[in-house]
Write a protein that binds this ligand. Sequence first.
Ligand SMILES: *[C@@H]1O[C@H](CO)[C@@H](O)[C@H](O)[C@H]1NC(C)=O
Ligand SMILES: *[C@@H]1O[C@H](CO)[C@@H](O)[C@H](O)[C@H]1NC(C)=O
Length: 448
Amino acid sequence: MYRSLVALTFATAVLGQQVGTLTAEKHPSMPMEVCSAAGSCKKENTAVVLDSNWRWTHVTSGYTNCYSGNSWNETACPDGKTCATNCALDGADYAKTYGISSPSSGALKLQFVTKNSDGTNVGSRVYLMASETKYRTFNLLNKEFTLDVDVSKLPCGLNGAVYFSEMDEDGGLSRFPSNKAGAKYGTGYCDSQCPTDIKFINGEANVDGWEAGSGKTGTCCAEMDIWEANLDSAAYTPHPCKVTTQTKCEGVDCGNGDDRYAGLCDKDGCDFNSFRMGVDDFYGTSKTVDTSEPFTVVTQFITDDGTDTGTLSKINRFYVQGGKVIPNSAAAVEGVDAVNHISDGFCKQQKEAFGDNNYFATVGGMATMGKSLEKMVLVLSVWDDTAVSMNWLDSTFPTDADPTKPGVVRGRCDPGAGLPKTVEAAHPDSYVIYSKIRLGAINSTFAA
Ligand SMILES: *[C@@H]1O[C@H](CO)[C@@H](O)[C@H](O)[C@H]1NC(C)=O
Ligand SMILES: *[C@@H]1O[C@H](CO)[C@@H](O)[C@H](O)[C@H]1NC(C)=O
């Protein structure tokens, strides 16, 4: 994602790194399939876990919040270390509190706004689990990743995001012993925006300098955006980093503000958004990919020598809808070859055509992204954007730029539609459904 500040307005959201026992933690089941070259697929009993940032955190001795509104309880949390000792993360009531449910086996529905007895929950983020205590890690090189999406109830300004982050398999439990909760409670998040709104990083609370829901330290790692989309826009985007494991950042390393092209990670990434790449009738309601109906999204990670140990060279995209395979649209922008995949060559031409900084190349481009793709954790989410109203995905961005300049217009949405206050009031019933997650050899996961 381009910006990652999640609108976290769950009124009593609070957290810690010990384990709370007031609500039992029961991971909703979400089985996936692993397919062989012959196209035969085998079921794997995976499940999902809610990220720790959404959870209630209270003092280990009782019900007192460790964090409420936008601030930490100074008694329980005078500093990050003490706070992690005093506070516990509790189990989640997935459906009632967070609007996370399973409409059928292998499917997951994420509700945008959920009213509950404690207030209102906005958006959610879950990770795929291999067991009770470990995330399911993916090696994507020379493989393809496929899932079905239903974005028909996801209007402008929202983002149903499916992506991979290079998180620790155990949520940081073994590297950071003060973290007692681990993957079972959704700890250890990181992404290429090096988010600073994460309340616990590396087993310590992000208390120092915490203001308006954001602390002094961030949590960085490589990110591969498979799918960031709504009814009107979609993008897929590799974001490599200079680090190859989850890394806590401070100062310049976090890449905030003027440091954007000096940080550990490539925050812009190298995106392929069909609309931005000059084809405005490819994706949307009644377009070539008709977003009013569900469809399949296929992403292939091609290596230079066609083996699992090769170097990542191309990322391909196909769609399948109504039994028909639909190749990705080809770029139609002056100065960019008419390709429909992502490669170092595409990224270089695209950045030049749009006048963007090619920090993707500076950080190491496809080869560096490929190294990270060997051990990724799958993230499924729905969110709105407190920073820039999702304009970078579906509207004009920067909003004050000349819309006739190549690369500025990314979709047909009104720039005001994605303002969190507006979209939360106008479309609280929005939701996204993800289903049929598949991993396999190239061309094994879909019927061509
Ligand atoms: C902060 O936590 C302490 C116990 O650690 C508790 O006595 C106090 O009431 C809490 N304050 C608030 C505002 O919740
Ligand atoms: C995979 O399928 C696509 C779409 O049908 C086709 O264009 C491509 O050649 C196939 N690739 C391989 C390696 O079979």
